[in-house]
Unconditional design. Structure first.
Length: 258
């Protein structure tokens, strides 16, 4: 069976927002779809570990902002690289307004929004599919929608090169987005300027410390598991049970062994 056939399915990208107990929140997802036209219903599937999931489950309402090709990577970083359990994602975020259902609309880098009320939930194990009636919607502009393929080829930040470094100079690479910092030691309070992850998510690299031309013995090579949704890579013989992608929040079933 060729699992890569799943990659031929086309995906859009969305910011799904919710509101509960006085707090707004949102997350990036690629799982929004229209399921019926009469009545007009959509579905969104959300990882149970996401705070947005808890908010939708408890309130029964959400809003979808459709991401367009005019989006900046900063939007993915803001709504996808941090959790609403620790950060108020709408504190100081001005590119938004409140929809008729009381949930936030992201107005920059999007081309439409859809407000919805949950009518049915389907437990999918690691995720819940929320099937909802559309209660309001609006087109914001004519910019084409951003697909996952377009995100990977034109938007996703590539690892930043640090330039030429003298042999033995230490490089610290962010395992989340690939950003590289040069210095003997990484400051304890260092935060990645791209994805905002802390120093604990950096790995130490010393150029020239080992010959690059020789491949490591097969027994020493690390297994890499790649997220088929956002491209994040995890190194290890096996994915931990219950593992979720730190970037997009999907479960282990959306990783492929490379």
């Amino acid at each position: 069976m060729d699992n890569k056939a799943m990659h031929r399915i086309s995906y859009g990208l969305y910011v799904v927002t919710a509101f509960m107990d006085g707090q707004d929140n949102g997350c990036i997802t690629n799982t929004v779809a229209q399921v019926t036209s009469k009545p007009n219903r959509i579905s969104v599937t959300v990882n149970k570990g996401n705070f947005t999931h808890e908010m939708i489950q408890n309130t029964g309402k959400f809003t979808v902002s459709v991401i367009s090709r005019a989006v900046d990577f900063a939007l993915f970083r803001h709504f996808g690289f941090q959790t609403g359990r620790e950060v108020d994602k709408f504190d100081g975020f001005s590119d938004c307004e409140r929809a008729s259902n009381g949930r936030m609309i992201v107005t920059k880098g999007t081309n439409a929004w859809i407000a919805a009320k949950v009518e049915k939930s389907v437990d999918l194990g690691t995720h819940t599919m929320f099937i909802a009636d559309v209660t309001d919607m609006e087109v914001l502009d004519k910019t084409p929608s951003c697909t996952y393929e377009y995100y990977l080829s034109d938007i996703k930040t590539k690892p930043q090169e640090v330039g030429k470094t003298s042999e033995g100079q230490t490089i610290w690479r962010c395992v989340i987005c690939g950003y590289e910092y040069v210095g003997d030691e990484l400051p304890e309070d260092f935060v990645c300027p791209l994805c905002k992850h802390p120093a604990s998510d950096f790995e130490k690299i010393v150029p020239g410390a080992a010959p690059e031309a020789k491949s490591a013995p097969a027994s020493d090579r690390k297994t890499v598991w790649r997220c088929t949704v956002c491209g994040y890579e995890y190194e290890g013989d096996e994915l931990p049970e219950g593992y979720t992608c730190p970037i997009c929040g999907v479960g282990a079933e959306d990783f492929e062994k490379t």
